[in-house]
Design a protein around this ligand. Sequence first.
Ligand code: SF4
Length: 626
Amino acid sequence: MSHLVTDELLKQVSKPARYLGTEWNAVHKDWDENPAHMVFIYPDLYEVGMSHLGLAILYGAVNEQPGMLLERAFAPAPDMEDLLREKGIPLFSLESHRPLTDFDVVGFTLQYEMSYTTILNILDLAGLPLLAAERGPGHPLVVGGGPGVANPEPVAPFFDCFLLGDGEEALPELLALMGRLKKEGWAHDRREVLARIAALPGFYVPSFYDVTYNTDGTVAAVVPNRDGIPARVTKRVLPDLDAAYFPTRPIVPFLEVIHDRIMLEVMRGCTHGCRFCQAGAIYRPVRERDLAVLLGQAEELVRHTGHEEISLTSLSTADYSRVEELARTLAAAYEDRGVSVSLPSLRVDAFSVRLAEAVQRVRKSSLTFAPEAGSQRLRDVINKGVTEDDILTATAEAFQAGWQAIKLYFMLGLPTEGEEDLLGIAGLARRILHQGRELAPGKKPTVTVSVSSFVPKAWTAFQWEPQDVVKVLQEKQQLLRSHLKGPGLRFSWHDARVSFIEAVLARGDRRLAAAIMAAWRRGARLEGWSEYFRYDCWEEAFEETGLDPAFYAHRQRQEGEVFPWDHLDFGVVKGFLLRERHRARAGELTADCRSGRCTGCGVCPDLGVDLRLKGGPVDRAPAGEV
Ligand code: SF4
């Protein structure tokens, strides 16, 4: 243990195991023998960060390479933060307990917008200047990755560079470059280092691009400000997951974390094409892992972790071509060893329920579905591809199989939503409850309706749409609440003010960095936790900086508008998204390219990658009309 983290310090905080770094399978590489050093930071508490599969993958992918090491750090809990500030101790990595400033690269994963103030807090606790422009030769490079880089512009001034897309190959390439630059004596020259990084595929250096604005405040252009910098940066994509690194010796935490189980990634990407879904767009195309590869990985994971549950993870696991074979084989193989199989994301259909029933050794108390909208009209607008029949058949199957609690997820404030769509949510919940009482007589079925608020995101068909103002969202929540009273019905909702800030940041530009900084200075941090979210910090921050949050969240954007993220390329073409927007308005469904024809999103030709399905002879969707 380094001198920074003493027994005395750990005795004064709750859950000291968050800061130990000596968990089962943690990697402690020799600092001097591995000249390229990176710390990967999940900007939230340990329990959240250690549930993140991306961290486990990149931790292993870098540490298995000679000459480089990757350690972890997380946001300290408030009690630890107070102590660090009081005693003047800089934030440290877990494995070697070194200050973050000792590393060559400080990497953050941008999982959600509400972590941005926490990122600033971590930089401050590390003793690093917040703005990239203020960092000098002795400072580490601050790198960002993850889904937030779909539009990193609001945090661009804080970062030296971003990695777009899959990191398994790209991150070791970055560290290999850093190792070379250190050896050649260039590491002190920040501009030279950044120029060399910008030449690596998938890396975006925001300071090499100038943003100009129109008089109405919209972006006029984002253009490179030096020679040799690409006009657009294209995301990295692994064409074949079977050939990619996957961690089979992940770290097993000492304390309970959010997802305390094996996460077996069966595929990456989703082809459903829900029009609000950013993940469904930016992780395309779908690449499945081979069944034999997955079975081999599962065996090693069970052996090396001692976990009692294998979770088959992806954006939509029931879509995996051989999901039934995989789930049943794993359930049978590990039943005797007390290891169960779970499907975290159920599709709204009877097949998913039957599969969950067949493989889940321990019957969970509730089953969750996400119809997203309460009427067929609105479900068609968002391209959900689910009918009321599908929903009722799935819930009937669940009640018959013995589940008594059903949870339903919906989104409020979707484009074109009216009162009848909202009342449709309550009506559907009541029909399901009635069904439960009929199918499970003598039992006490419950239906919980959980609503979030629609946040328009970059790279979706709804990226042009305004978000409902907070008051309207609250009125909609109130309306639903009044219609979801009575025995057996439950209602929960998210704070609409959080969704509003999320919407401001999700489609914001570089000017918003000033507001993020002002909000942090006023005490905003750990805002993914409702108990720490402080709306007043944001209200004051917008006032101080003169930035109008409504301009970002509530404005109807013009179809010809240049977006702050237009110089980034995630493969999906803007013309496709625009067409999807028009189809949404017309209530037209667009087919899933997994089983039908290619619907022309542009990802496969743009990135030179095909769909990789493992279910049959057709490995690629044929080209054709929607
Ligand atoms: S290019 Fe076609 S096949 Fe490829 S992900 Fe897009 S819609 Fe599907």
